[in-house]
Design a protein around this ligand. Sequence first.
Ligand code: A2P
Length: 257
Amino acid sequence: MSAFQRETVLSVRHWTDSLFSFTATRSPGFRFQNGQFVMMGLEVEGRPLLRAYSMASANHEEALEFFSIKVADGPLTSKLQKIREGDTILVGQKATGTLIAGNLLPGKRLLLLSTGTGLAPFASLIKDPEIYETYETVVLAHGCRQISELAYGEKLVEGLRADEFFGPMVDGKLVYYPTVTREPFRNRGRITDLISSAQLFNDVGLPPLDIETDRIMLCGSPAMLADLHDMFSERGFVEGSHSKPGHFVIEKAFVER
Ligand code: A2P
């Protein structure tokens, strides 16, 4: 049995010069937990070329969705960015990853902190009805350099709010906090600074960071992950894993593609 499945691209959307997303068929046997990733890619010169990608779709959705950067000389993304409806992609058969609710201790507020395409696993998680049963508040923070890079997340949250099923569920529970570092915007600055100064919480009228209630998931640039890991550790938060749940979890599977 091969380690991956062939799936068909259903739609592609380019968000900026460096970001795109696409949907693809999902084999009925492919199961995953919201927040997990899979090896995904293309057949190149007769060989599979795969990288770790979070599912941006939720596990109750029929199609798969992925959110990707485009790297001009990236072995995979230089080719993947050219895919079109009807093309074939390869998707590994086993999903895995640490950004799952079970790796966190019980809590009241879930902070999903991301930069760039690190938003992807949280796109899946915020479409998980269980998250809203488990937590009183879900804060989705997304940091990018430019406003245009926020579009995928903005559209996603807008769609959820307008959805007949999800709208009432996320109402008053899902707090979306987009922030930009390199041009003027209503929220400005790095997520690290916005958390340590408590500005993020002040801006949305929520109480500051509290180890008793807050559980955190991190996904994004390696520098941001390292800084937030240190910041939370210094405040007594313990990193969780499959073997032992903690106050926060980090996805370390992603490197430059
Ligand atoms: P900045 O513009 O100040 O570097 P990138 O595109 O390089 O992956 O960055 C995505 C976003 O993550 C940018 O807004 C960037 O801010 C921010 N960022 C980069 N390094 C860190 C860090 N160590 N902590 C928090 N945010 C960071």
